[in-house]
Design a protein around this ligand. Structure first.
Ligand SMILES: [Zn+2]
Ligand SMILES: [Zn+2]
Length: 93
């Protein structure tokens, strides 16, 4: 009794492709073909994240978590500036 390979993400779906990166079996919805090579969603996201192939030196990864923090800091600064201006233009207000 041989079992049909099923998708890692969808246990009830038949796997039609194997990710070359993590060797995970994926269904048609989860697998993406890039240049004839199968990638799962996770590995494709990683691939898109680091477009350049790793290997040539250490790549500097800028944490995306910091982007909103920077935005918040800027907003905070601008708000402070705006309040400062209000204080200057309308003293005692
Ligand atoms: Zn994968
Ligand atoms: Zn799937």
């Amino acid at each position: 009794m041989d079992r049909v390979a099923t998708c890692l993400n969808h246990p009830r779906r038949e796997a039609i492709g194997v990710c070359v990166k993590c060797r995970g079996q994926m269904c048609g919805e989860c697998v993406t073909r890039v240049d004839g090579i199968n990638y799962c969603v996770t590995c494709l996201a990683r691939l898109a994240d680091a477009e350049k192939p790793s290997g040539a030196g250490a790549s500097i990864v800028v944490p995306r978590v910091l982007a909103p923090a920077f935005a918040m800091a800027w907003l905070f600064l601008l708000t402070l500036l705006a309040w400062g201006l209000v204080e200057v233009v309308f003293p005692g207000g």
